[in-house]
Design a protein around this ligand. Sequence first.
Ligand code: CA
Length: 223
Amino acid sequence: MRILVVEDELLVADGLKQGLTQLGYTVDVAGSAEEAERFIQFEDFDLALVDIGLPKADGLHFIKQLRAQSKNFPVLVLTARDSMEDTVNGLDAGADDYLTKPYRLPEIAARIRALIRRSNSIADACLRHNGLCLDTRSRAATLDAIPLDLTNREWAILELLLMASPAVVSKDKLVQSLAGWDKDITQNAIEVHVSRLRTKLSHGNVTIRTIRGIGYRVDAPDN
Ligand code: CA
């Protein structure tokens, strides 16, 4: 999952980047609305954390731009302003949720998980599939009740595939999602991660199919 943090205070931005990276997210930081607008032209994100008070154009302006361009990923507004008017303006501009400073990482993380689940129409905090369970809160994975030891990249790939299932996830989307950890990640590297994932999943009933020339798919769960 790739998150765009739009925050002009370096300390806050660094803290968010560090904390969210430790939780397994890929994080890009933009220090202004202008920089954030450039990011969204070229990159795909799963969610944005947006500070309202930014140097030139403010966060509300950025959110309006985002929605005007039909970028529909969830937006969580983070701001020092705690007036009711700002809350209403943020939500009216197209934000999905709102947190006022000072905020704590566990609360931000919980809201992020909820927003990503909602945007993928998933009601459960666990992603389940034919005996496979990814608990997005604890980041523990099990297959047929046996713990799976997944690297951050393997987790990220599997999470994207399960959220999209039974749709195909393109290799390009996977490269974009993992790019924050490894700027030079290639489609070949994705193939290597998928191959290792297949080995780790081989004792169960979860199959990652290669859709030639496009990407990968996990078929719909058996019922
Ligand atoms: Ca600010």
